[in-house]
Design a protein around this ligand. Structure first.
Ligand SMILES: NC(=O)c1ccc[n+]([C@@H]2O[C@H](COP(=O)([O-])OP(=O)(O)OC[C@H]3O[C@@H](n4cnc5c(N)ncnc54)[C@H](OP(=O)(O)O)[C@@H]3O)[C@@H](O)[C@H]2O)c1
Length: 246
């Protein structure tokens, strides 16, 4: 069922997103959270910042409270200078009360392993960051990665995303939040692995020629159903689930 909410004051951004997410047989449920301009652009000058403000910034931060693990493509980590996940104390306490860890770990998907091991993402004490890579990763970098992160090798020439979601479920992560970027999201969707897309439409045009999802060559289409929409000023917050997942 689709619900529409109109809001002129800043609403509780997370409430419409706090829904049951039963994982499919054998793999984790995969939700993505993305923001786009009216022309579908996913970045301005290589950064998301100009597309995301006010309630969307809040939503980006809080959405992580719903995840067992946050998965992100390496290029987004490099371009956005990713750090560890942080959540307000009360959200951490609410997670613990439902049997989760206070914070979800972040998992970086990469073949090159070209990551800054000195950055806060890999050096700050707290929830350790995971690295998900494939057998074709450079051996010297693989050894270094193991000094700084928990490393999962899933797939040969590239990370097998279906196997990754199986592996994550096996580790008790039944809800995966993918924060992009477009390359990773496009591959997930083209493999039929994207169960939910939370998409904010920002009233702006003219960013980078980079769509929210880059479909790999030969990738098919997949259908989604609108489950919730929220209008706040001129920004539209949309929550879709893959069709046929009643
Ligand atoms: N609008 C939004 O909501 C949003 C969200 C996130 C990011 N962005 C923007 O998107 C841009 C970055 O996106 P992007 O599409 O260029 O990159 P991306 O999806 O963040 O990362 C791509 C990289 O992820 C790794 N990767 C992805 N799938 C893989 C697989 N199956 N196996 C092995 N490695 C895999 C590879 O890393 P290696 O190169 O290390 O091998 C690949 O180069 C930035 O400008 C960022 O600001 C926008």
């Amino acid at each position: 069922m689709h619900e529409l909410t109109k809001s002129t004051t800043v609403p509780d951004m997370l409430a419409p997103y706090d829904v049951p997410r039963p994982h499919p047989e054998g793999r984790a449920w995969t939700m993505a959270n993305m923001v786009a301009g009216l022309d579908g652009t996913a970045a301005v000058g290589g950064r998301v910042g100009p597309l995301s403000e006010g309630p969307d910034v809040e939503l980006f931060r809080l959405m992580r409270a719903l995840a067992d693990v946050v998965v992100v493509g390496a290029e987004t980590v490099r371009k956005e200078g990713y750090g560890p996940v942080r959540l307000p104390e009360e959200r951490q306490a609410a997670r613990v009360a439902t049997g989760r860890t206070p914070l979800p770990p972040l998992a970086v998907v990469t073949r090159s392993l070209d990551l800054d091991w000195e950055s806060a993402l890999f050096s700050e004490a707290g929830t350790p960051t995971m690295v998900i890579t494939c057998a074709a990763a450079p051996a010297d970098r693989l050894a270094r990665a193991r000094d700084h992160a928990e490393v999962l090798v899933v797939g040969e020439e590239s990370v097998d995303l279906g196997a990754m979601l199986q592996e994550l479920l096996g580790r008790g992560f039944s809800t995966v939040l993918c924060e992009g970027g477009p390359t990773l999201l496009g591959r997930l969707a083209a493999s039929g692995l994207l169960d939910e897309l939370c998409l904010t439409l920002t009233p702006l045009m003219g960013g980078d020629p980079l769509p929210v999802a880059l479909t790999p060559e030969g990738g098919g289409t997949s259908a989604y159903q609108l489950r919730h929409s929220l209008v706040h000023d001129s920004t539209l917050f949309l929550r879709y689930e893959a069709a046929g997942r009643e």
